[in-house]
Design a protein around this ligand. Structure first.
Ligand SMILES: NC(=O)c1ccc[n+]([C@@H]2O[C@H](COP(=O)([O-])OP(=O)(O)OC[C@H]3O[C@@H](n4cnc5c(N)ncnc54)[C@H](O)[C@@H]3O)[C@@H](O)[C@H]2O)c1
Length: 303
């Protein structure tokens, strides 16, 4: 690992715990969160919105994995989401720049594309697969906060001191979410989550994208290890969705028509391929998901 001292924010949360485990033994890891988590690491208890506690935590670090956030539209008001995900991120990036941190890997979301949750306008993709040039059409406060976070990261990278790597994971299929995923698969029409004790609804948008947390954590680690090539963004997803229908069939059913398909072979060869173009992630980050959770939802193997 090129970085020796790494701060993981949100280290006590669902994804943060997986990232801390993934980094264990590769570098010295400290956590930043609202309260100390279970991992046996040094903890900085603080709030992203408190610039002073953020500044203390980033001191002496050469890289940060920035995961702490209001993680979906159900977890906080629009105002709180903006305060934490936008102002809090600004505090972190400013402090990181000031402290001489070299790289920040920022956790964004596929919500930036704007086709994940019913609240808001949820505009379907303009073409497939959705790549990094696709317009960002977020209309809910959470998606908007992530768009602003990505743009903020780009702005800091342009200043020339911080390297910024943006990750856009789709819905993370934590073990804690498996019951939700199963219940949704059994009765998609009546599913109104969270119904099965999960911390939030089975997500992934209309096509039920997902990524296993072990894969997501590995991708974040690779974001620290990759040779930097300028500000960059990566979609993170399993190679198949959890949808009962193949992707194009599903989209046709939900939207009523299909957009321009720029890579028809992708969906011919892999009918359950995600809406997102993973080739940049594969080619530049070198990441390819190993796991998928179709078996959890009692769905057939998508090949
Ligand atoms: N869960 C998903 O499906 C999913 C999908 C895409 C992106 N993401 C992103 O992944 C990241 C982690 O989400 P998660 O699923 O682990 O959720 P989580 O709620 O388990 O973790 C978020 C962590 O951030 C901490 N946090 C929240 N507000 C804070 C603040 N003001 N200051 C300091 N810490 C604060 C929480 O205490 C928590 O430990 C978030 O950035 C989220 O937007 C999640």
């Amino acid at each position: 690992m090129q970085f020796k001292n790494v701060l993981v924010t949100g280290a006590g949360g669902l994804l943060g715990q997986h990232v801390v485990r993934e980094l264990d033994g590769r570098c010295a890891v400290e956590g930043f969160d609202l309260k100390a988590g279970e991992a046996k690491i040094d903890w900085h208890v603080g709030n992203l919105t408190d610039a002073e506690s953020v500044a203390k935590a980033v001191k002496g670090k050469d890289a940060i994995v920035q995961i702490a956030a209001i993680p979906n539209i159900w977890s906080g008001t629009g105002e709180l989401t903006m305060q934490v995900n936008v102002v809090g991120l600004y505090n972190l990036l400013s402090a990181a720049e000031e402290a001489g941190v070299k790289r920040v890997v920022i956790c964004s979301s596929d919500s930036v594309v704007g086709y994940t949750v019913g609240e808001g306008a949820m505009l379907p993709p303009q073409y497939l697969p959705v790549d990094l040039d696709h317009p960002l059409n977020a209309t809910d406060p959470y998606g908007l906060s992530k768009v602003m976070g990505e743009e903020m990261g780009r702005s800091f990278a342009l200043r020339g001191k911080l390297e910024i790597i943006v990750m856009r994971p789709v819905f993370v299929a934590y073990p804690e979410m498996h019951d939700e995923i199963r219940v949704r698969s059994e009765s998609p029409a009546t599913y109104k989550g969270p119904m099965a004790g999960g911390p939030s609804s089975a997500g992934g948008g209309p096509c039920w994208h997902h990524i296993d947390p072990r894969d997501a954590a590995r991708a974040f680690r690779m974001g620290l290890e990759m040779t930097y090539r300028g500000f960059d963004q990566f979609f993170l997803s399993a190679n198949v969705t959890l949808s009962p229908e193949p992707t194009l069939e599903r989209l046709q059913k939900v939207v009523g028509h299909l957009p321009e398909i720029r890579d028809p072979a992708l969906y011919e060869n892999k009918p359950f391929a995600p809406l997102y173009d993973l080739s940049h992630t594969r080619e530049v980050l070198g990441f390819d998901a190993e796991y998928d959770a179709r078996a959890v939802s009692l769905l057939q193997d998508a090949g």
